[in-house]
Design a binder for this molecule. Structure first.
Ligand code: TRP
Ligand code: SF4
Length: 332
């Protein structure tokens, strides 16, 4: 094994193609080479969804289904729910003692999230947000450090959190005892996936295709997708590079890419037909995941057993680290 990895996702809903292509596919391959911990970060979800806690609970099952059907393997990795390993909360608390507030107030990712949610106007208003949201990166640092993870596969938006994690690790190692590695990001090369409206795929834009969407829903969503805005009439030549549908062809329909590109540029194919081909390719490519998900959906108790076993494995490591941490701090 080349080292330890931890990553996680917040259970704020079902996972979409952006999550699949931008993260899960890579996680699946990492399982063979690293000791992996894949976490459903339900406490992190509460930093913004504290008013919809029951939804968070239901989303945990949905995310677990998405994880498993995409190929995360409980035999190889620990797949678990954050709140099942209470040690994260204790480490979060202890790390908060050595985390300077300005480090958190400056954090661009939380700032952007707070702004998107309408919680703050200008930057100077960061002091108004709830303490839990401000401390989001400290909890994330605890998630990572408690497994002494060397690598964290994340999107670019999470790099600032990883920087804070390293800063906290350095401070702990310096103040008490050098027990934490400084975790490095793994930024994968992944294809750009846009939402059905041509913007970034995001639940808040209502433009997602979900991993769990049925073939009918996929056909309908692809059928309604935005296309090249300059192609108004069927006889207009199209610009595939400016069309989100074409991005899907690039990923899911490799064998027909050059044909479709040429046909679009010369107005030999209409967008309706092009989208039909796209939807079929997508449906076909997602079929193995869909079939696996349908089977797993039949046995929720199996999913909870898997999460229980994952938590047990995670706890083994987390509780050993906590003993070291308590001893290093020396207050007990
Ligand atoms: N903040 C991450 C996100 O929104 C989720 C997360 C929580 C995470 N804890 C983590 C990611 C630890 C990597 C490592 O995507
Ligand atoms: Fe997009 Fe296809 Fe229409 Fe070209 S033919 S603009 S690639 S949907």
């Amino acid at each position: 094994m080349k080292g330890t990895i931890l990553s996680g996702m917040r259970p704020t809903g079902k996972l979409h193609l952006g999550n699949l292509e931008g993260a899960l596919r890579q996680w699946v391959t990492l399982q063979d080479e690293y000791k992996c911990f894949w976490m459903i970060a339900d406490w992190h979800a509460l930093t913004t969804s504290y008013g919809n806690a029951q939804e968070v609970k239901q989303n945990v099952l949905q995310v677990a289904l998405d994880f498993l059907s995409a190929g995360l393997d409980p035999e190889k990795s620990a797949i678990f729910r954050q709140s099942d390993v209470k040690e994260h909360a204790e480490l979060h608390l202890l790390l908060s003692m050595i985390t300077p507030t300005p480090l958190l107030i400056r954090n661009p990712t939380v700032k952007e999230q707070a702004r998107d949610m309408g919680l703050i106007g200008g930057d100077e208003e960061m002091v108004k947000i709830n303490y839990g949201l401000l401390g989001y990166p400290v909890l994330q640092a605890a998630d990572i450090l408690i497994y002494k993870a060397n690598f964290v596969p994340v999107g670019k938006d999470q790099l600032s959190h990883l920087e804070i994690t390293r800063e906290i690790a350095r401070k702990f190692n310096f103040l008490y005892k050098a027990i934490f590695p400084e975790p490095q990001p793994i930024i994968g090369e992944y294809p750009l996936i846009l939402g059905t409206d041509g913007r970034k795929m995001s639940k808040s834009y209502d433009n997602c295709i979900f991993i769990s969407d049925s073939p009918e829903v996929i056909r309908e969503k692809v059928g309604n997708m935005f296309t090249d805005p300059r192609r108004i009439y069927r006889s207009d030549p199209g610009h595939p590079d400016e069309c989100p549908v074409f991005l899907y062809h690039l990923i899911y329909n490799e064998s027909e890419i050059s044909e479709i590109k040429e046909a679009c540029q010369n107005a030999k194919i209409g967008c309706v037909e092009c989208k039909r081909l796209c939807a079929e390719a997508l449906v076909q490519r997602l079929a193995p995941i869909r079939e696996k998900r349908e089977k797993l959906e039949q046995s929720p108790s199996l999913i909870f057993d898997i999460l229980g076993e994952g938590a047990r494995k995670a706890k083994e490591v987390a509780s050993a680290t906590m003993e070291e941490v308590r001893e290093a701090i020396g207050a007990w």
